[in-house]
Design a protein around this ligand. Structure first.
Ligand SMILES: O=C(O)C1=C[C@@H](OP(=O)(O)O)[C@@H](O)[C@H](O)C1
Ligand SMILES: C=C(OP(=O)(O)O)C(=O)O
Length: 444
């Protein structure tokens, strides 16, 4: 969808003998789309520096424009959003959401609360990704949201409801984005009375809620938190522009380069995230440390280098589900069986990532056990097999499997093919250029 770039049908990656270099990361998807929506809902004008330019942010920008909210890109690094102060100039719109969970879920809540006549739809896979828990939570407080296709999934039709919210509840075990969506919409409901959101069941992907609360605070709204069980917004708080806001580099995108450094020598430094990051995915570096890599951190950078063969680990990855995919591929270079646990949400993301990961890792010769919420990866003895990797229209499949071209497993002569590399445009359109920039000493 991103127009600027031409992609081939596949990319052939030759074995890479050594990786080294510095990568300037693209902006965080999670921060970009939250910031765009908060800026649009706020009073005043917000200048956003280093917004991510990718399919997921394009759909959010496009939706805001269709809703009559104005924004301009003034130079390569700067967007300006003119806030609507909690109102929407356009009351009827058809919104294409691509496959961006960070767009459709928060917009559904905001539009249902503000009211109007809107349809939200996306690519085929978006229509297979659940949204029922969010719709149930909103309809229970007077929203009017209907499914126009299969119950529980987009497309959605939103009509003007009559919101009466003091206390609402939402399930937390399928996606944290439902709670994020309700939190961001809560100040629009809490005009006269406090609004409390209760989480039913275990909340997954908790660090993403911290990103949400942090950004709401920067836009002037504080949320009272009772553990991970309930969240209260006191009445009368309104979003106000912070003036200028800077988007950090994407910590999930950082994972591919840090893993490359840990596998293939390094040092590799990523710039744009570091000790000061608000993204949970910076904790990916801790997983690499457990695997034996050397990590150094600055306020705004992280560096990884190898200490020899990686150690296999067995760990819970519920807090970093996206970056965890990178560990599943790094596991090919470990000294035994690596197990990633508590990652059931992989099944409802861009593809069924547990099934896709198992299928593609097996092509490389790994022994893989796939369970309902875990995956175990045992690398083959000796070389990885030459393989053509399918990517399932999942940016992270394409990006993390590029690591299987690293030559830690002495795959001399084997070229690895990655099909349909254009799927990286969801969050990182220039990924393969950035990867080529750190990959050295190709043998063939
Ligand atoms: O809120 C967010 O920005 C995100 C939350 C996570 O989703 P889940 O909460 O569905 O795990 C993550 O996988 C996604 O890429 C981005
Ligand atoms: C799950 C992801 O995306 P989304 O924001 O669409 O949920 C992802 O980027 O890995």
């Amino acid at each position: 969808m991103t127009q600027q770039k031409q992609y081939p049908h596949h990319i052939d990656l030759k074995p890479v003998m050594h990786v080294e270099g510095v990568v300037r990361l693209p902006g965080s998807k999670s921060i970009s789309n939250r910031t765009l929506l908060l800026a649009a809902l706020a009073e005043g004008t917000t200048t956003i520096i280093d917004l991510l330019a990718s399919d997921d942010t394009l759909v959010m920008l496009g939706a805001l424009r269709s809703l009559g909210l104005t924004w301009e890109q003034v130079d390569e690094h700067t967007h300006i959003v003119h806030g609507g102060g909690g109102t929407l100039p356009v009351h009827e719109a058809d919104l294409f959401m691509g496959n961006a969970g960070t767009a459709i879920r928060p917009l559904t809540a905001a539009l249902a609360v503000i009211g109007g006549d809107y349809t939200l739809h996306g690519v085929t896979r978006m229509h297979e990704r659940p949204i029922g828990d969010l719709v149930d939570a909103l309809n229970a407080i007077g929203a009017q949201i209907e499914y126009t296709g299969v119950e529980g999934f987009p497309p959605l039709r939103i009509r003007r409801g009559h919101i009466h919210a003091q206390r609402l509840s939402v399930r937390g075990n399928v996606s944290s984005q439902f709670l994020t969506a309700l939190l961001m919409a809560a100040p629009l409901m809490a005009r006269e009375q406090a609004v409390t959101i209760d989480v039913v069941g275990e909340l997954i992907s908790k660090p993403y809620i911290e990103i949400t609360l942090n950004l709401m605070r920067r836009f002037g709204v504080t949320v009272e938190q009772d553990g991970w069980q309930s969240f209260t917004v006191q009445p009368g708080q309104r979003y106000a522009s912070p003036g200028t806001i800077h988007v950090e580099g994407d910590a999930s995108s950082a994972s591919y380069f840090l893993a490359a450094g840990a596998i293939g020598g390094g040092p590799i430094r990523v710039e744009g995230v570091g000790r000061d990051s608000i993204q949970g995915d910076v904790r990916f570096a801790e997983a690499l440390e457990q695997m034996g890599a050397t990590i150094t951190r600055g306020d705004n950078w992280i560096e990884a280098r190898s200490n020899g063969v990686l150690k296999a680990i067995d760990a819970d990855f519920n807090h970093i589900p996206d970056a965890a995919m990178t560990i599943a591929v790094a596991a090919l270079y470990a000294d035994g069986t690596t197990t990633l646990r508590n990652i059931a949400s992989w099944r409802v993301k861009e593809t069924d990532r547990l099934a896709a990961m198992a299928t593609e890792l097996r092509k490389l010769g790994a022994i893989v056990v796939e369970g309902p919420d875990f995956i175990s990866v045992t690398p083959p003895e000796g070389e990885l097999r030459a393989a053509t990797i399918d990517t399932y229209d999942d940016h992270r499949m394409a990006m993390c499997f590029s690591l299987a071209s690293l030559d830690g497993k002495a795959r001399r002569g084997n070229t690895m093919r990655i099909n349909d590399p254009k799927c990286v445009a969801k969050t990182f359109p220039d990924y393969f250029d950035a990867f080529a920039g750190i990959a050295h000493e190709n043998l063939i």
